[in-house]
Design a protein around this ligand. Structure first.
Ligand code: GLA
Length: 387
């Protein structure tokens, strides 16, 4: 799909030729999984796949939205003055939620819009197609209505849409990565303070592969919320002796000293993951800065193992991909990325072995799971913007 095809479709659907074009990426997370809502660190990067929005202001109060990814749903129409969640509006609840909360927060969006969306992030692949549509919508409203919005505020509105409008209790990582992303850089973000730094991703003779299980994560949301509340319970137990606000504020030494307070095996495993994963994330930044890709790869593997055994969010599909990758020559490390339960894994691999690795891992996956995985090379691009 190219921009000319999007343009032709905009004209065919809305009978107009005048529009502006916006883009928001998807993201991968290098390391720091299920740490964001625990007040720990994450290390994501925005990718060049994402969501496009072609949009124009209307003179009335109608909002008309069309997605080329959901053509069968046709044009979804609602009114600027009725922005309640509506199940029948399906995917359009994401931009609707953005519009609603932006208006609630005082941004003067005073007329309707016609918008065409097209996304090339596979849905449900754990690459944050939902945060991508939130942020492309946010930037679109910001620019069309000449607003000036601090980017971190827009990121927070995106998270609010996810939490309150859609009902997934997610952290800030995805919206932050997508709103604040930068070409060829990862973002090391402290989710407690929102302090962040960009770290150049210089991989020399290596590249990052995305390995898609092609298993959609339909059940992810309920398990996701379950993990989050398990961490809250574990924290409450540890707070009996430690004066901390979040699992991400606890060092592994402190955890080892006080873990017996968490007198439930499952809760203790969940907390262990949150604490150690946070430390691994900081170590990974150090390794990357020192150019030590071998150590970086080792940390990726340790992250996957912890998500498999202690946090229990991987599943046979992601484990098959990661474990098959670990066995291949030229793979420095591999792990699931995103929420888990399906979706994608990433692998850091030697460039000249990438094709052989894809074939070998692909064969093992198909034999074990019964259908094919997909593989793409990652390129890291900019955050949400007008094109
Ligand atoms: C999803 C959520 C994020 C984060 C990851 C797990 O992508 O949206 O906030 O919690 O899962 O690291």
């Amino acid at each position: 799909m190219n921009l000319n095809q999007l343009s032709d479709t905009f004209t065919a659907v809305f009978n107009e030729t005048d529009y502006r074009t916006f883009f928001a990426p998807g993201r991968i997370n290098l390391i720091g999984e299920h740490t964001d809502y625990n007040g720990g660190h994450v290390f994501p990067a925005s990718i060049t796949k994402g969501t496009y929005a072609l949009a124009r202001k209307r003179v009335d109060d109608k909002i008309r939205m069309y997605s080329m990814n959901f053509e069968q749903l046709g044009v979804i129409e609602f009114d600027l003055h009725n922005l309640d969640y509506n199940k029948a509006h399906d995917w359009a609840n994401y931009p609707k939620g953005m519009l609603r909360y932006m208006r609630e927060e005082g941004y003067d969006i005073s007329s309707g819009v016609d918008v065409l969306f097209y996304g090339n992030i596979p849905n449900g692949a754990g690459l944050s197609s939902s945060a991508s549509i939130e942020l492309v919508s946010g930037v679109m409203f910001e620019k069309l209505f000449n607003l000036t919005i601090d980017r971190v505020d827009l990121v927070k509105i995106g998270q609010r849409v996810e939490n309150q409008f859609i009902g997934v209790n997610s952290g800030i990582m995805d919206q932050f990565a997508i709103g604040m992303g930068k070409k060829n850089a990862g973002i090391l973000l402290d989710c407690d303070t929102l302090k962040y730094e960009y770290a150049p991703i210089e991989l020399d003779e290596h590249l990052i592969l995305i390995m898609n299980t092609n298993k959609r994560r339909e059940l992810a949301d309920s398990k996701y919320n379950e993990r989050r509340s398990e961490c809250e319970s574990a924290l409450a137990l540890i707070q009996k002796e430690l004066d901390v606000q979040a699992l991400g504020n606890i060092t592994s030494e402190q955890f080892e000293q006080h873990k017996n307070l968490i007198d439930n095996d499952i809760l203790q495993k969940r907390a262990k993951h949150a604490v150690y994963e946070n430390e691994r994330t900081l170590e990974a930044l150090k390794a990357l800065k020192a150019g030590d890709l071998t150590e970086f790869g080792r940390l990726l593997n340790a992250s996957h193992t912890s998500l498999r055994d202690d946090y229990e969010v991987t599943g046979i599909e992601l484990d098959t991909l990661a474990e098959a990758a670990w066995k291949q020559e030229g793979v420095l490390g591999a792990r699931m990325t995103g929420a888990g339960f399906g979706g994608c894994a990433i692998a850091l691999v030697e460039k000249d072995k990438a094709q052989t690795i894809i074939e070998a891992v692909g064969n093992i996956y198909e034999k074990t799971i019964g259908y094919q995985a997909s593989f793409y090379e990652v390129s890291i691009g900019d955050g949400a913007k007008e094109l």
